[in-house]
Design a binder for this molecule. Structure first.
Ligand code: GUN
Length: 299
Protein backbone atom coordinates (compact mmCIF):
# COMPACT_ATOMS: atom_id res chain seq x y z
CA UNK A 1 0.00 0.00 0.00
CA UNK A 2 1.20 3.52 -0.68
CA UNK A 3 -0.28 5.96 1.81
CA UNK A 4 -2.26 9.02 0.87
CA UNK A 5 -0.35 12.18 1.76
CA UNK A 6 -2.31 14.46 4.09
CA UNK A 7 -1.43 17.94 2.84
CA UNK A 8 -1.42 20.31 5.82
CA UNK A 9 -0.44 23.24 3.62
CA UNK A 10 -3.70 23.04 1.67
CA UNK A 11 -5.93 22.52 4.73
CA UNK A 12 -4.15 25.37 6.57
CA UNK A 13 -4.63 27.73 3.61
CA UNK A 14 -8.34 26.99 3.62
CA UNK A 15 -8.54 27.64 7.36
CA UNK A 16 -6.63 30.91 7.04
CA UNK A 17 -8.98 32.02 4.25
CA UNK A 18 -11.97 31.44 6.58
CA UNK A 19 -10.14 33.29 9.36
CA UNK A 20 -9.67 36.25 7.00
CA UNK A 21 -13.42 36.29 6.20
CA UNK A 22 -14.28 36.43 9.90
CA UNK A 23 -11.67 39.14 10.49
CA UNK A 24 -13.52 41.21 7.85
CA UNK A 25 -16.83 40.55 9.63
CA UNK A 26 -15.33 41.66 12.96
CA UNK A 27 -13.90 44.79 11.38
CA UNK A 28 -17.39 45.69 10.22
CA UNK A 29 -18.41 45.63 13.92
CA UNK A 30 -15.59 48.11 14.57
CA UNK A 31 -12.99 45.73 15.98
CA UNK A 32 -9.94 44.29 14.26
CA UNK A 33 -8.56 41.20 16.06
CA UNK A 34 -5.13 41.71 17.60
CA UNK A 35 -2.40 39.21 18.48
CA UNK A 36 0.52 40.06 20.78
CA UNK A 37 3.69 37.99 20.59
CA UNK A 38 6.27 38.17 23.34
CA UNK A 39 9.78 36.94 22.63
CA UNK A 40 12.54 36.69 25.23
CA UNK A 41 16.14 36.37 24.04
CA UNK A 42 17.48 35.70 20.58
CA UNK A 43 16.84 32.02 19.88
CA UNK A 44 17.09 31.83 16.04
CA UNK A 45 14.35 29.17 15.71
CA UNK A 46 11.97 31.24 17.87
CA UNK A 47 12.74 34.36 15.82
CA UNK A 48 11.76 32.50 12.64
CA UNK A 49 8.51 31.22 14.22
CA UNK A 50 7.62 34.73 15.41
CA UNK A 51 8.32 36.23 11.97
CA UNK A 52 6.09 33.63 10.29
CA UNK A 53 3.30 34.18 12.79
CA UNK A 54 3.43 37.94 12.19
CA UNK A 55 3.38 37.58 8.38
CA UNK A 56 0.47 35.15 8.27
CA UNK A 57 -1.51 37.06 10.92
CA UNK A 58 -1.14 40.28 8.94
CA UNK A 59 -2.11 38.50 5.70
CA UNK A 60 -5.35 37.43 7.41
CA UNK A 61 -5.97 41.04 8.53
CA UNK A 62 -5.06 40.47 12.20
CA UNK A 63 -3.07 43.27 13.88
CA UNK A 64 0.15 42.16 15.54
CA UNK A 65 1.99 43.67 18.48
CA UNK A 66 5.50 42.48 19.24
CA UNK A 67 7.30 42.70 22.54
CA UNK A 68 10.96 41.81 22.86
CA UNK A 69 12.98 41.32 26.03
CA UNK A 70 16.66 40.45 26.33
CA UNK A 71 17.55 36.98 27.67
CA UNK A 72 18.54 38.60 30.99
CA UNK A 73 15.11 40.16 31.66
CA UNK A 74 13.93 39.76 35.26
CA UNK A 75 10.80 37.82 36.11
CA UNK A 76 9.28 40.99 37.50
CA UNK A 77 9.82 42.87 34.22
CA UNK A 78 8.42 39.99 32.18
CA UNK A 79 5.28 39.75 34.32
CA UNK A 80 4.85 43.51 34.14
CA UNK A 81 4.90 43.37 30.33
CA UNK A 82 2.36 40.53 30.35
CA UNK A 83 0.18 42.60 32.70
CA UNK A 84 0.27 45.54 30.28
CA UNK A 85 -0.68 43.32 27.33
CA UNK A 86 -3.44 41.67 29.40
CA UNK A 87 -4.98 45.12 29.91
CA UNK A 88 -4.67 46.27 26.26
CA UNK A 89 -8.18 46.22 24.69
CA UNK A 90 -6.64 46.03 21.18
CA UNK A 91 -5.04 42.67 22.04
CA UNK A 92 -7.30 39.61 21.98
CA UNK A 93 -4.65 36.91 21.89
CA UNK A 94 -1.28 36.68 23.67
CA UNK A 95 1.49 34.27 22.80
CA UNK A 96 4.59 34.06 24.97
CA UNK A 97 7.06 32.22 22.77
CA UNK A 98 8.60 29.20 24.53
CA UNK A 99 11.15 28.12 25.62
CA UNK A 100 12.01 30.89 28.08
CA UNK A 101 15.53 31.24 29.53
CA UNK A 102 16.15 28.96 32.52
CA UNK A 103 15.88 31.66 35.21
CA UNK A 104 12.25 32.40 34.23
CA UNK A 105 9.29 30.26 35.22
CA UNK A 106 7.31 29.26 32.13
CA UNK A 107 4.39 28.20 34.32
CA UNK A 108 4.26 31.60 36.01
CA UNK A 109 4.42 33.46 32.67
CA UNK A 110 1.74 31.28 31.07
CA UNK A 111 -0.58 31.52 34.05
CA UNK A 112 -0.20 35.30 34.15
CA UNK A 113 -1.82 35.52 30.71
CA UNK A 114 -5.59 35.99 31.09
CA UNK A 115 -7.31 32.71 30.16
CA UNK A 116 -9.54 34.46 27.61
CA UNK A 117 -6.44 35.83 25.82
CA UNK A 118 -4.44 32.59 26.12
CA UNK A 119 -4.53 31.61 22.43
CA UNK A 120 -1.93 28.88 23.07
CA UNK A 121 -4.35 27.15 25.48
CA UNK A 122 -1.49 26.52 27.95
CA UNK A 123 -2.95 28.38 30.96
CA UNK A 124 -4.12 25.99 33.69
CA UNK A 125 -7.65 27.40 33.45
CA UNK A 126 -7.83 26.35 29.79
CA UNK A 127 -6.15 23.00 30.47
CA UNK A 128 -8.76 22.30 33.16
CA UNK A 129 -11.65 23.45 30.99
CA UNK A 130 -10.53 21.28 28.09
CA UNK A 131 -10.05 18.26 30.37
CA UNK A 132 -13.57 18.66 31.78
CA UNK A 133 -15.27 19.32 28.44
CA UNK A 134 -15.96 23.03 29.04
CA UNK A 135 -15.45 25.88 26.60
CA UNK A 136 -11.67 26.35 26.35
CA UNK A 137 -8.87 27.70 24.21
CA UNK A 138 -7.49 24.56 22.60
CA UNK A 139 -3.69 24.25 22.07
CA UNK A 140 -2.90 24.95 18.43
CA UNK A 141 -0.82 21.90 17.45
CA UNK A 142 -3.22 19.23 18.81
CA UNK A 143 -6.13 21.19 17.33
CA UNK A 144 -4.38 21.21 13.94
CA UNK A 145 -3.81 17.44 14.19
CA UNK A 146 -7.48 16.88 15.03
CA UNK A 147 -8.60 18.92 12.01
CA UNK A 148 -6.35 16.83 9.73
CA UNK A 149 -7.71 13.60 11.25
CA UNK A 150 -11.34 14.72 10.82
CA UNK A 151 -10.54 15.79 7.25
CA UNK A 152 -9.25 12.32 6.44
CA UNK A 153 -11.53 10.10 8.56
CA UNK A 154 -14.71 12.05 9.31
CA UNK A 155 -15.94 10.54 12.58
CA UNK A 156 -13.20 9.14 14.82
CA UNK A 157 -15.65 7.28 17.09
CA UNK A 158 -14.52 3.85 18.24
CA UNK A 159 -11.04 4.07 16.69
CA UNK A 160 -7.96 3.05 18.64
CA UNK A 161 -5.59 6.04 18.97
CA UNK A 162 -2.03 5.99 20.24
CA UNK A 163 -0.32 9.28 21.12
CA UNK A 164 3.43 8.94 21.29
CA UNK A 165 4.73 11.63 23.67
CA UNK A 166 3.30 13.08 26.90
CA UNK A 167 4.17 16.79 26.78
CA UNK A 168 1.79 19.42 28.13
CA UNK A 169 1.88 21.21 24.76
CA UNK A 170 1.05 18.29 22.45
CA UNK A 171 0.75 14.78 23.92
CA UNK A 172 -1.64 15.36 26.83
CA UNK A 173 -4.06 17.78 25.11
CA UNK A 174 -4.00 15.59 21.97
CA UNK A 175 -5.08 12.58 24.04
CA UNK A 176 -7.89 14.66 25.61
CA UNK A 177 -9.16 15.78 22.19
CA UNK A 178 -9.11 12.22 20.85
CA UNK A 179 -11.02 11.02 23.90
CA UNK A 180 -13.62 13.76 23.35
CA UNK A 181 -13.89 12.45 19.80
CA UNK A 182 -14.75 9.00 21.19
CA UNK A 183 -11.44 7.25 20.45
CA UNK A 184 -9.94 4.59 22.72
CA UNK A 185 -6.75 6.39 23.69
CA UNK A 186 -3.31 5.24 24.83
CA UNK A 187 -0.54 7.67 25.70
CA UNK A 188 2.82 5.99 25.07
CA UNK A 189 6.25 7.40 25.95
CA UNK A 190 9.93 6.62 26.43
CA UNK A 191 9.23 4.28 29.37
CA UNK A 192 6.44 2.35 27.63
CA UNK A 193 7.23 -1.35 27.38
CA UNK A 194 7.30 -2.74 23.85
CA UNK A 195 6.51 0.58 22.22
CA UNK A 196 6.45 -0.98 18.77
CA UNK A 197 3.63 -3.41 19.55
CA UNK A 198 1.62 -0.63 21.26
CA UNK A 199 1.97 1.56 18.15
CA UNK A 200 1.02 -1.36 15.89
CA UNK A 201 -2.44 -1.46 17.48
CA UNK A 202 -3.21 2.12 16.49
CA UNK A 203 -5.82 3.06 13.88
CA UNK A 204 -4.61 6.61 14.57
CA UNK A 205 -0.97 7.21 15.49
CA UNK A 206 0.13 10.71 16.56
CA UNK A 207 3.86 11.06 17.17
CA UNK A 208 5.33 13.96 19.17
CA UNK A 209 8.63 12.84 20.63
CA UNK A 210 11.30 14.82 18.75
CA UNK A 211 13.27 11.70 17.77
CA UNK A 212 14.19 11.76 14.07
CA UNK A 213 12.60 8.89 12.11
CA UNK A 214 12.21 6.72 15.21
CA UNK A 215 8.90 5.20 14.10
CA UNK A 216 9.54 2.73 11.26
CA UNK A 217 7.11 1.10 8.86
CA UNK A 218 6.85 -2.12 10.90
CA UNK A 219 5.53 -0.06 13.87
CA UNK A 220 2.44 0.82 11.89
CA UNK A 221 -0.83 -1.05 11.49
CA UNK A 222 -1.85 -1.64 7.87
CA UNK A 223 -4.10 1.25 6.75
CA UNK A 224 -3.53 3.42 9.86
CA UNK A 225 -3.67 7.22 9.78
CA UNK A 226 -0.33 8.67 10.91
CA UNK A 227 0.07 12.27 12.11
CA UNK A 228 3.72 13.25 12.56
CA UNK A 229 4.20 16.27 14.83
CA UNK A 230 8.00 15.95 15.01
CA UNK A 231 10.19 18.54 13.30
CA UNK A 232 13.80 17.39 13.53
CA UNK A 233 16.79 18.80 11.71
CA UNK A 234 19.35 16.19 10.68
CA UNK A 235 22.60 16.34 8.69
CA UNK A 236 22.13 15.87 4.93
CA UNK A 237 25.62 15.36 3.48
CA UNK A 238 24.01 14.25 0.18
CA UNK A 239 22.95 17.90 -0.27
CA UNK A 240 26.47 19.19 0.27
CA UNK A 241 28.85 19.76 3.14
CA UNK A 242 27.21 21.14 6.29
CA UNK A 243 23.70 20.93 4.79
CA UNK A 244 20.71 19.75 6.82
CA UNK A 245 17.12 18.68 6.19
CA UNK A 246 13.93 18.38 8.20
CA UNK A 247 12.44 15.01 9.09
CA UNK A 248 9.62 13.93 11.37
CA UNK A 249 9.46 11.35 14.15
CA UNK A 250 8.29 8.86 11.52
CA UNK A 251 10.42 7.27 8.82
CA UNK A 252 8.27 8.52 5.96
CA UNK A 253 9.28 6.09 3.20
CA UNK A 254 8.77 2.86 5.16
CA UNK A 255 5.67 4.18 6.97
CA UNK A 256 4.10 5.10 3.62
CA UNK A 257 4.28 1.40 2.64
CA UNK A 258 1.88 0.46 5.45
CA UNK A 259 -0.17 3.51 6.49
CA UNK A 260 -3.45 4.46 4.82
CA UNK A 261 -2.60 8.14 5.14
CA UNK A 262 0.32 10.11 6.57
CA UNK A 263 1.37 13.73 7.08
CA UNK A 264 4.70 14.77 5.53
CA UNK A 265 7.38 16.82 7.31
CA UNK A 266 7.57 19.62 6.36
CA UNK A 267 4.09 20.43 5.01
CA UNK A 268 1.93 18.44 7.44
CA UNK A 269 1.14 19.58 10.96
CA UNK A 270 3.45 22.66 10.93
CA UNK A 271 1.25 24.95 8.78
CA UNK A 272 -1.83 23.90 10.77
CA UNK A 273 -0.36 25.15 14.06
CA UNK A 274 -0.12 28.76 12.87
CA UNK A 275 -3.54 28.63 11.15
CA UNK A 276 -5.08 27.43 14.45
CA UNK A 277 -3.33 30.22 16.35
CA UNK A 278 -4.99 32.75 14.03
CA UNK A 279 -8.34 31.00 14.40
CA UNK A 280 -8.02 31.08 18.21
CA UNK A 281 -7.27 34.82 18.02
CA UNK A 282 -10.46 35.40 16.02
CA UNK A 283 -12.46 33.29 18.51
CA UNK A 284 -11.00 35.33 21.40
CA UNK A 285 -12.00 38.55 19.61
CA UNK A 286 -15.59 37.34 19.07
CA UNK A 287 -15.88 36.45 22.75
CA UNK A 288 -14.35 39.77 23.85
CA UNK A 289 -17.08 41.51 21.79
CA UNK A 290 -19.75 39.41 23.53
CA UNK A 291 -20.43 37.55 20.27
CA UNK A 292 -20.76 33.82 19.70
CA UNK A 293 -17.67 32.61 17.76
CA UNK A 294 -18.48 31.21 14.29
CA UNK A 295 -18.94 27.43 14.18
CA UNK A 296 -17.79 27.09 10.56
CA UNK A 297 -14.08 27.80 11.24
CA UNK A 298 -13.12 24.16 11.53
CA UNK A 299 -15.12 22.74 8.61
N1 GUN B 1 7.44 27.25 20.98
C1 GUN B 1 7.35 26.24 20.09
N2 GUN B 1 6.06 26.02 19.78
C2 GUN B 1 5.32 26.89 20.50
C3 GUN B 1 3.93 27.16 20.60
O1 GUN B 1 3.08 26.52 19.98
N3 GUN B 1 3.59 28.16 21.46
C4 GUN B 1 4.49 28.87 22.16
N4 GUN B 1 4.06 29.83 22.96
N5 GUN B 1 5.80 28.65 22.08
C5 GUN B 1 6.20 27.67 21.25
Amino acid sequence: MSAERIDGTVVAERLRARVAEHVDALERTGQRPGLAVLLVGKDPASEIYVRNKRRLANEAGISTFEYFHSASVSEEQLLETLGLINDDPEVHGILCQLPLPDHLSEALAINTIRPEKDVDGFNIANVGRLATGQEAMIPCTPLGCLILLRERLGSLAGLRAVVLGRSNIVGKPMATLLLQNHCTVTIAHSRTRDLKSVCRQADILVTAVGRPEMVRGDWIKEGATVIDVGINRIPAPERGQGKTRLVGDVHFASASERAGAITPVPGGVGPMTIACLLANTVIACFRARGLEPPDDLWL
